[in-house]
Write a protein that binds this ligand. Structure first.
Ligand code: MTE
Length: 323
């Protein structure tokens, strides 16, 4: 008899996060003691308590909240922080640059090309893809290699669902991802901070893991440009830089593909980039993190708290060497 055992983050009966919870930022701030204590900088408090930008973002009409997949009980990071404090170097290197500058990105029309070692290379139109894929919400922790973190209700679908459609061949061992590379839409490309386009990669088993998502929305709304519209990757057990934004192509390949940050500073950023409190970045410890909106730093969890689900992928590997 087939006995299905569900991973412990699977909470099928739990409805997707209600909008009232998203919008209750003031209560969240009060609860965490931040509002009264005035621990946030004036600018941030102002942003967090301003008229919700969330209400202005278009809803995802196709969103089917059939599976509320919540992997943590930690308080959600307010929408204004998720969409106002970003890393997206194609729009500038300051945290507020993407929100200020990403208005020039045109998320429609948009094509996602999936090819390489696959039986059915396909160019997916984003709207057709959105209609075809059942969308689900997942609340994940996001831990940036810089030492800050957030808790974000993403909307998307497992990357595995897309990969199965194109039928990877037996030669496919890795997936290489690339971001749009268009100077007319992305002013930051004029600065040579990185070798453009931004590229990332995963081993095929990491890409097929049920936690790995392609994301098209957050907080039940269309993904803001600054968060990687119209489609981005989210790999919750890895440092945020693996979660490449505004993806135009996926290529299934035989060999480990180059990735932007490890190409730029190989001794600081590896291909694996698994969240690991025991392996320091050469210039800072990774043992603790600053959860955006909190005052005290908290301990960083192995694999960002997803060890039960993903540690098996790295069995026998020296994680200090393959950082
Ligand atoms: N993707 C692209 N194309 N360009 C970037 O600069 N920054 C990465 C990642 N994806 C980045 C990117 C980093 S360092 C982080 S921490 C996350 O996006 C931040 O995602 P967020 O702004 O949605 O929180």
């Amino acid at each position: 008899m087939l006995i299905r055992s569900r991973p412990d983050w699977w909470l099928p009966e739990r409805a997707a996060t209600p909008e009232s919870l998203y919008l209750n930022r003031r209560q969240w701030l009060t609860g965490s003691g931040l509002l009264g204590a005035g621990l946030l900088g004036g600018g941030l408090v102002g942003a967090l308590t301003a008229t919700p930008a969330h209400a202005a973002a278009p809803a995802l009409p196709a969103l089917r909240h059939t599976k509320g997949l919540v992997t943590t009980d930690d308080a959600l990071t307010p929408y204004e922080a998720v969409s106002g404090y970003n890393n997206f170097y194609e729009f500038g290197t300051d945290k507020t640059d993407p929100a200020a500058n990403a208005g020039t990105l045109k998320p429609r029309p948009w094509t996602l090309a999936v090819d390489g070692e696959v039986s059915k290379p396909t160019r997916f139109d984003i709207d057709a893809l959105l209609k075809a894929m059942p969308l689900e919400e997942r609340v994940y922790r996001l831990r940036c290699v810089e030492g800050w973190s957030m808790v974000i209700p993403w909307v998307g679908f497992p990357l595995a669902s897309l990969l199965k459609q194109v039928e990877p061949t037996s030669k496919a061992k890795y997936v290489a991802f690339a971001t749009l590379n268009d100077r007319t839409q992305m002013p930051g490309l004029r600065a040579r901070v990185l070798d453009w386009p931004y590229v990332e990669g995963l081993r095929l088993d990491e890409a097929m893991h049920p936690l790995t998502m392609l994301v098209v929305g957050l907080y039940g709304r269309v993904l803001p440009n600054q968060n990687g519209a119209p489609i981005r990757l989210v790999v919750p057990w890895k440092y945020g830089f693996k979660s490449i934004k505004s993806i135009v192509s996926l290529k299934l390949v035989e060999r480990q593909p180059p990735t932007s940050w490890s190409r730029s500073a190989p001794s600081e950023y590896g291909f694996y980039a698994n969240v690991n409190p025991k392996v320091s970045h050469p210039r800072w410890s990774q043992a603790k993190e600053r959860r955006i909106g909190e005052f005290f730093r908290r301990d960083t969890l192995m694999f960002n708290g997803y060890a039960a689900e993903v540690a098996g992928l790295y069995k026998g590997m020296n994680l200090a060497r393959y950082y």
